[in-house]
Ligand binder design. Structure first.
Ligand code: ACO
Length: 402
């Protein structure tokens, strides 16, 4: 707490907490993290149990509605999501306005932001029915929008959603099916994709979720808020870390070069960090990273990839870092991004799509948090204060006299 009365033109006291390391910005019932113990619960359910026994549709319902769905609730929700998977045909032209080599996250930010121009009937945040439709539209359309971004970058025609497929199967189909070729999604890979979506679904007040809440606190429409979240997620310290982690593993290339990179990460004069290591909240193994590591092995086995050099580098790097005094002392453990890159690459995605997949899955968390905020009667516009350390008032000086 800073006594700002000693600073120019300010009065009273307020909390100065750069990076919000110890400031709660809201009250929430959605997600609980115990960073010291490495625990992550959604509405009370441990993430590993949801990933092992549940599916993504169920997780979406849980995050939005607060309880796991009954069979009939599940059917109704899945039908509603399926109903909304198509995007307005006019959106195709929006994609065509982007350069082919645009980063798909740039396309995602633009296209999702533009949704409010297409779905006017679900932008009234004060109408619970419209809020529900907007939530379902976003969850349903994100795979279509993400797959279109991928297809566009590949120069391939868009593939329309197939509503008889599951959420993850449909997404893989829209990404990898090509005309005139019979494409069947492997059920093990679809299950792995679904689990990856579950692992990324929500993570309480991280930077992108806080961005969504802050944008939403002004009354902005949900599509605009999710676009803000996507923009924030893109950063390499946040969602961009899975891309950065895989690039790092490729740069290391072989097990014998690991000590050199560990040394670089410890050198305070070198900005290099071990990507996929460390977390603001987890000071223990990220529980999602454990499930992701297992999923990674399953995917590689299913695809018959034996002795993957990147996986070998990752496992050895983890072993060396976890025994190194620097990483032990700073409690730096692998986070979810450490193994997700290898898994997504094996599934066939280029690195530029990794953060897009994260955004797709996190949309439900963002929208659940947005909804919780809008429905909270104590909600006010978010308006952080600052510690002003600039000049006191001074007279204007003409250009010739400066
Ligand atoms: N490699 C080497 N050193 C590290 C690493 C790392 N990956 N992460 C943190 N450190 C060191 C810092 O240099 C700092 O050392 P110091 O105390 O001597 O100055 C100390 O550990 C604390 O680091 P901070 O940056 O203060 O921790 P913060 O909580 O702000 O950052 C973050 C967390 C951004 C995730 C950080 O660990 C990092 O940059 N990791 C690599 C990027 C990454 O994997 N991001 C994904 C996060 S998970 C997600 O978004 C899904």
């Amino acid at each position: 707490v800073v006594d700002i009365s000693k600073l120019y033109g300010q009065s009273g006291r307020f909390t100065y907490d750069p990076g919000f390391t110890s400031t709660a910005s809201c009250e929430s019932k959605i997600t609980f993290i115990d960073g010291e113990a490495g625990v992550l619960l959604h509405r009370g359910y441990p993430i590993d149990q949801l990933a092992e026994k549940g599916d993504f549709i169920e997780t979406c319902y849980l995050l939005l509605e607060g309880e796991l769905p009954t069979e009939s609730q599940y059917q109704e929700f899945e039908r509603a999501i399926t109903y909304h998977t198509m995007v307005h045909e006019q959106l195709n032209y929006l994609y065509r306005g982007f350069r082919r080599d645009a980063h798909p996250m740039a396309i995602m930010t633009g296209v999702v932001g533009a949704l409010s121009a297409f779905y006017h009937d679900s932008t009234d945040i004060n109408d619970p029915e419209q809020r529900m439709i907007a939530s379902r539209r976003l969850i349903a359309k994100m795979p279509t929008i993400a797959a279109m971004a991928y297809k566009y970058s590949m120069g391939q025609p868009f593939v329309y959603p197939r509503n008889e497929l599951s959420y993850a199967e449909n997404f893989l189909h829209m990404c990898f099916a090509v005309p005139a070729e019979d494409y069947k999604v492997d059920p093990v890979l679809a299950r792995a994709m679904d689990r990856i979506f579950i692992l990324h679904a929500d993570h309480e007040q991280n930077a992108s979720t806080s961005t969504v809440r802050l944008a939403g606190s002004s009354g902005a429409n949900p599509f605009a808020c999710i676009a803000a979240g996507i923009a924030c997620l893109w950063g390499p310290s946040h969602g961009g870390a899975n891309e950065a982690a895989l690039n790092m593993l490729m740069e290391i290339g072989s097990v014998d070069r690991i000590p050199e990179y560990v040394q670089k990460a410890k050198d305070k004069n070198d900005p290099f960090r071990l990507m996929g290591f460390g977390h603001r909240v987890y000071k223990n193994y990220d529980p999602r990273a454990k499930v992701m590591q297992q999923t990674c092995h399953e995917v590689l086995n299913t695809l018959g990839i034996k002795d993957d050099p990147l996986l070998n580098v990752a496992m050895e790097l983890e072993k060396i870092a976890l025994e190194d005094e620097y990483f032990v002392e700073k409690k730096l453990y692998p986070n979810i991004d450490f193994y997700s890159g290898i898994t997504l690459r094996a599934l066939g995605f280029p690195t530029t799509m990794f953060t897009v997949l994260f955004a797709l899955a996190r949309t439900v968390g963002w929208i659940a948090q947005w909804k919780e905020m809008i429905e909270d009667p104590s909600q006010r516009i978010g308006r952080p204060r600052q510690l002003y350390t600039g000049y006191p008032e001074r007279p204007y000086v003409g250009r010739g006299e400066r």
